[in-house]
Design a protein around this ligand. Structure first.
Ligand SMILES: [Zn+2]
Length: 384
């Protein structure tokens, strides 16, 4: 809650700043925006239980259809990390002014639209775009591409890995970061009314676990509990470190069945079983890059089939993690249809049934993305 005293103090700071550097300057406007955003950082929490939140608003989870659980429709790895809170009104798109980044990666609207339209044409329903802070998330571009394609798009939130953290990350408190994520989910992201439907991909690089990444994990988990949103992790720490990360998330009062472990499928089955037994979703992703077919995808098919045959179908998620030009069809990659065209036929050839494939491509993402009731008070005391 923001008190009256705080508001008065912020108003005063704003006036002093504007007076000091001249009303109407870009800097003053930026600071004003930041302070106003902070002042309203604790909006009432809506109960979104039983809904999936897309960029176009809440929908019935049964409307999702075939779902890709971890993609990037627009992304620019070369962009400078944003400040906290992130600036508003910038776009990742080539030709946009002001642009956020240098136009590398996936920054052409028509090109990305054509690629995701291929997924729509073969019966695709929903794409989860886990681009977040540090990865040039662009809410307005996502809404536009959702409308143009007819696909549901679910947008991410939170912070990517430490290399792309904002320069002021160390100075920010868990409470500040939590408030930003809660606002993205309940009000809208980056000054828009376009809401995030999943928190992530939350960057965890580890080796060793790093203070700012743990702070980001804790804030994301807290925001997940407060809003009822699901979480998805960019899991690049060691196996033991990822177990620690799951302990931290659980300590913030989040059920681990609400957590997707990105970039994790294909690891050794003993580790995957430990994860399955904790209740998380394990995601096989990053596939379909040119030149095709990479041997890694053959191994992936075997690994997915092994998890299914071990009885863990309900914890399996699949995605391409399209994030490079080499993954686009126009450049010889598999695009957003590689799973449908290569991986699923590969699974069928190994005896996996159509019904099991439907569970993986439709039912599992639906369970993963459906909000639960918000819990504003923690059920479990957070660890210090
Ligand atoms: Zn990732």
């Amino acid at each position: 809650m923001t008190t009256r005293v705080n508001r008065d103090r912020e108003d005063c700071i704003v006036k002093r700043l504007i007076g000091g550097i001249g009303a109407g300057t870009m800097l003053a406007t930026g600071i004003l925006t930041t302070l106003l955003a902070q002042r309203t950082a604790t909006p009432p929490i809506p109960n979104l239980a039983g809904k999936v939140i897309t960029v176009a608003g809440p929908i019935d989870p049964f409307a999702l259809g075939v779902t890709l659980s971890h993609e990037h429709i627009f992304i620019d790895f070369s962009a400078p990390p944003p400040m906290v809170p992130p600036v508003t009104g910038v776009s990742v798109l080539k030709g946009a002014r002001p642009a956020n980044g240098r136009g590398a990666g996936l920054t052409d609207f028509d090109e990305s639209l054509a690629e995701i339209n291929d997924f729509k044409k073969i019966g695709g329903g929903t794409i989860v775009d886990v681009t977040n802070f540090g990865l040039t998330r662009d809410p307005e571009a996502l809404l536009r591409v959702s409308k143009a394609s007819g696909l549901n798009v679910v947008m991410g939130a939170g912070w990517y890995q430490k290399a792309l953290h904002p320069p002021d990350m160390a100075e920010r408190t868990i409470e500040e970061l939590t408030a930003i994520v809660v606002r993205d989910v309940t009000v809208g992201a980056q000054g828009t009314s376009i809401r995030s439907g999943i928190i992530g991909e939350v960057g965890v690089n580890g080796k060793p676990l790093e203070a700012n990444e743990i702070k980001s994990v804790r804030a994301s988990a807290r925001a997940a509990r407060i809003t009822g949103a699901p979480m998805i992790l960019h899991s690049f720490a060691t196996n033991d470190e990822m177990m620690t990360v799951l302990d931290i998330i659980a300590s913030e009062g989040v059920e681990l069945s609400r957590v997707v472990m990105g970039h994790t499928g294909g690891k050794d089955m003993e580790y995957l079983k430990r994860l399955f037994q904790r209740g998380v979703f394990v995601e096989w992703d990053y596939m379909g890059q040119a030149p095709l077919p990479p041997a890694a995808d053959t191994q992936r098919i075997e690994s997915i089939a092994a998890a299914i045959n071990a009885g863990y179908t309900d914890h399996v998620l699949l995605a391409h993690d399209v994030c490079t030009q080499a993954q686009l069809k126009r450049n010889g990659g598999g695009g957003y249809t590689y799973i449908s065209n290569v991986i699923l036929p590969g699974l069928k050839a190994k005896g996996i049934s159509d019904e099991t494939i439907r569970r993986i491509m439709v039912d599992n993402p639906r369970r993963a993305l459906t909000f639960v009731a918000p819990q504003v008070a923690a059920q479990t005391a957070p660890k210090p």
